[in-house]
Design a protein around this ligand. Structure first.
Ligand code: SAH
Length: 206
């Protein structure tokens, strides 16, 4: 079992990124330090990982879901539309010795019909496909009474999320600022690193 945030971060560095990220799906691997910070916060402040059933929507190569499994989640389901990502996430769950409490579903979050205690998600920001982030919020609230969701930073997005969540039958309880530093991954990124502000939202069903 993982005993500190640093230990979690070091473990999660071993989760691989996307081999050839698909721009249309806004694929990027959350950096391990950010994932560790987010998951540690969720566990320490709300006790929402350990012994819970977690659904990781848009799990990609497994960063958040595998982190939850390492932190003592009872059961974790990863969902993604990308077959290659699911394959990689499953492989990594075996490598980490947590595959017995993880399952993966290949499919669109719009269609999955699951029930869990908690949803964690780092969805597309809806830059490439408008509304992609909304589908995740709606799916999250349908699946679990508590949803942790990462979105772009900034006041405009914040206002949008608050309103949208309310209309979807939820309430934003907390917003935690995050700084995400990504290595160059897409050809149109000119700089070596791309740094941007994001926020973690804690959303509860009303
Ligand atoms: N959660 C991972 C990956 C984030 S990238 C991490 O934090 O490292 C966003 C992920 O959402 C990608 O893996 C992409 O394939 C997936 N995705 C995008 N649209 C989706 C949809 N409609 N249904 C399921 N997964 C989707």
């Amino acid at each position: 079992m993982i005993k500190s945030k640093t230990e979690l971060e070091i473990a999660l560095e071993r989760v691989k990124g996307f081999e050839s990220p698909k721009i249309s799906l806004e694929q990027y691997r959350l950096p391990a330090p950010v994932a560790a910070e987010v998951l540690w916060y969720i566990q320490m402040k709300f006790n929402d990982i350990c012994e819970n059933t977690i659904v990781d929507l848009g799990c990609g190569t497994g960063m958040l879901g595998i982190g939850c499994a390492l932190l003592g989640a009872e059961y974790v389901i990863g969902v993604d539309v990308d077959e290659g990502a699911i394959r990689e996430a499953r492989r990594t769950s075996i490598e980490f010795g947590v595959s017995e409490k993880m399952d993966f579903i290949l499919g669109d979050v719009k269609n999955v019909n699951l029930k869990g205690d908690v949803v964690v998600q780092n969805p597309p920001f809806g830059v490439r496909r408008r509304g992609a982030d909304r589908d995740f919020i709606i799916a999250g609230l349908r699946i679990a009474p508590r949803v942790y969701s990462i979105h772009k930073g900034g006041e405009r997005v914040r206002r949008f999320i608050f309103n949208f969540v309310e209309r979807a039958g939820g309430r934003v309880e907390e917003v935690v600022p995050l700084k995400i530093k990504l290595p160059h991954s897409y050809h149109f990124h000119k700089k070596k690193f791309h740094v941007f502000e994001a926020s973690l939202y804690r959303i509860v069903r009303e």
